[in-house]
Design a protein around this ligand. Structure first.
Ligand SMILES: [Zn+2]
Length: 108
């Protein structure tokens, strides 16, 4: 989770230090009713009320789990493919063996 607020000067969203913050009351406990921030766009230092700060869920865990899931999917397909191929070889060999054993040669 990351915290943002909208800069009072340029109205753009700018991040707030969210370390150890879970609720707006945590912000109030840490900073009081005015949370200081420095806008990353216009580089002015401002203060804002905790109610003007919003949380955004971080996209990083979602991206990470998607990549890991996709890798496992590929590995799973490889493992499944290997099993199917080896099963195919085994059945081919056993059917070849069956075919060989069924075949007889005419004995004078
Ligand atoms: Zn700004």
């Amino acid at each position: 989770m990351r915290l943002i607020t909208y800069c009072k000067s340029c109205k753009k969203s700018t991040p707030i230090n969210s370390r150890g913050i879970l609720l707006r009351t945590d912000l109030e406990d840490k900073y009081g009713i005015e949370v200081p921030y420095q806008c990353k766009h216009c580089v002015t230092t401002q203060k804002t009320h905790p109610n003007q700060i919003y949380a955004q869920s971080s996209k990083l865990p979602m991206v990470f789990t998607s990549i890991v899931g996709f890798l496992f999917l590929i590995i799973g397909f490889f493992i499944l493919g290997a099993i199917i191929i080896s099963a195919g070889f085994i059945s081919l060999q056993s059917s070849n063996a069956t075919l060989f054993n069924k075949s007889t040669v005419f004995q004078g």
